[in-house]
Design a protein around this ligand. Structure first.
Ligand SMILES: [Zn+2]
Length: 238
């Protein structure tokens, strides 16, 4: 009996057990009813927040991808610095090239001659100023817009010729094909396709290039570290 009495003392008096009927308790009941919806809303908000957090680095990656893919091309041409004057050598009247490629280029012409093929050099180094004249004068002569003109000539500051590592080649026996797509049907071109790589020359604008027209006469030298550095971006796949 004594023990029961003690327990009764700790029990909550009956009068105080009416909290469920209090105005506060109706609010609690409503909260209980709506709690699944509130939970759902909170979950959606939380998910959105998490997705945003994940999207931030993803967006940065996308921006980086866009930057990388677009590099610094203008109308499909990559920027090239003018080579230093002291690195240029004259190989014949009006044809200057980078000293790194002189020996290889002359050796290639000699080798071709031994095979009965007569290569003729049409254009080597061109300064940015000269490229400026070529690009803008021809553009106006031909009544072409920049994008059209850029298919066949690089804008100033964007020509491989400014590096001294590019050479336009013709066939001495078929000069009518100089700077023409028809050059691809000459013996000189067929010989170059077979042999140019031995001398570290590579066709710059092949038929796969979607911005720049096919230029079978235009070759670039990649036989020195400096040349490889210059054309590193050009050799990176899109
Ligand atoms: Zn060229």
């Amino acid at each position: 009996m004594e023990l029961n009495k003690d327990i009764d003392q700790f029990d909550i008096p009956l009068a105080k057990r009416t909290y469920l009927n209090n105005p506060n308790s109706t609010l609690l009941k409503k909260l209980l009813i709506f709690s699944p919806f509130l939970f759902l809303m909170f979950s959606v908000a939380a998910l959105r927040f998490i997705r945003n957090v994940e999207l931030i680095p993803l967006n940065n990656n996308l921006k980086f991808e866009v930057k990388r893919n677009h590099d610094a091309r203008i109308l499909g041409h990559l920027p090239y610095k003018e080579t230093l004057k002291e690195k240029l050598v004259l190989i014949e009247p009006n044809i200057e090239v980078h000293i790194d490629m002189r020996d290889s280029l002359l050796k290639m012409r000699d080798e071709a001659k031994k095979n009965g093929i007569y290569l003729v050099f049409l254009s080597g180094y061109r300064s940015i100023n000269l490229q400026n004249d070529i690009f803008y004068s021809l553009k106006s002569i031909r009544n072409q817009e920049a994008a059209e003109r850029a298919r066949v000539s690089a804008p100033p500051g964007y020509s491989e010729h400014s590096t001294g590592f590019a050479i336009d080649i013709g066939d001495a026996t078929q000069r009518e094909t100089d700077f023409e797509t028809d050059f691809e049907n000459t013996d000189a071109f067929r010989w170059l396709i077979k042999n140019a790589a031995k001398f570290h020359f590579k066709l710059s604008f092949n038929k796969d290039n979607k911005y720049i027209d096919y230029e079978p006469w235009h070759w670039r030298y990649e036989g020195s570290i400096e040349a490889l550095k210059v054309f590193e971006s050009a050799n990176r796949k899109f």
